[in-house]
Design a protein around this ligand. Structure first.
Ligand SMILES: Nc1ncnc2c1ncn2[C@@H]1O[C@H](COP(=O)(O)OP(=O)(O)OP(=O)(O)O)[C@@H](O)[C@H]1O
Length: 251
């Protein structure tokens, strides 16, 4: 075990919430993921970064069951997931958000938020109005508006809060602050950190905003061409020559 992996042991204790092992995804002859292995532990925010086309969204799609892998394993809390569909994974507490926020256009923001609380398997029953904790200040004035009446950043915030209201065991976020105004990104960061620390959710997120990434992630995997090329805390990966080459090599 090298020094970087040793460092992770100080905060990532016990068994991983999710473990992806030797995962390969093929689109015809093209391998979008090749033999990819990673894990995320309870209460940990794990970032997956890498240049465009590295395979980040494909990874999330494979984890949620939307894209079937050609080989490998995906385990959540020690259970092999590959034969389970997206709904069954959601019942286990795996919730995701999308690059383009998925909000129910015909429902109010408040109804959208309440839907998160209806996740099967969620500890509390879904009834009553959204609690103070579940409605962020930035959305309170929008509760009565329909999904189709709010802007892109507000849709992202609504989707994120609906996901948090589901109290996921594992939250997969695909570019959570893309399209979110810079001023609100700090709010998202604080909200996620608070949720992780209080509820113990494991977060795995894809994001291109390095300021956001460096401020929230406990551990990072860097991907290029479908494989993990580096991993470690931000200070390590941001100075890793292999990572700099992967990003700069494209220019
Ligand atoms: N359904 C598909 N059929 C064929 N090729 C695909 C499909 N989905 C993704 N790819 C290819 O797989 C590779 C990885 O794509 P993916 O969207 O996972 O990358 P990404 O790292 O998420 O990129 P970005 O940062 O731009 O979102 C790309 O070369 C992409 O063109």
């Amino acid at each position: 075990m090298n020094q970087v992996q040793e460092n992770r042991r100080t905060h990532a204790q016990g068994d991983p919430t999710v473990r992806v092992e030797a995962l390969t995804v093929q689109f015809g002859d093209f391998a979008a993921l090749q033999d990819l292995t990673l894990s995320a532990y309870p209460g940990e925010v794990v970032g997956v970064i890498g240049p465009n086309g590295a395979g980040k969204s494909t990874l999330v799609n494979a984890m949620t069951g939307m894209t079937p892998p050609a080989a490998g394993r995906i385990e959540m809390d020690g259970n092999q997931l590959l034969r389970q569909g997206p709904a069954s994974r959601a019942r286990r507490g795996m919730i995701r958000t999308f690059q383009t926020a998925q909000v129910f256009d015909s429902l109010s923001v408040e109804r959208n938020l309440m839907l998160g609380r209806r996740r099967p398997g969620r500890r509390q029953a879904a009834n009553g109005r959204s609690s103070e904790r579940e409605v962020p200040v930035s959305l309170r004035h929008l509760l009565g508006r329909r999904g189709e009446q709010i802007g892109g950043g507000q849709r992202k915030m609504t989707e994120l809060h609906r996901a948090l209201a589901a109290e996921p065991r594992l939250l997969l976020l695909d570019e959570p602050v893309a399209g979110v105004p810079v001023a609100d990104r700090k709010v998202v960061r604080q909200l996620l950190r608070q949720h992780v620390d209080q509820v113990g959710t494991t977060v795995l997120l894809i994001e291109h905003d390095m300021e956001f990434i460096s401020g929230i992630c406990d551990w990072l995997y860097v991907m290029a061409a479908g494989a993990v090329i580096s991993q470690g805390p931000w200070d390590f990966v941001s100075n890793d020559p292999v990572v700099l080459e992967a990003y700069l090599g494209g220019f």
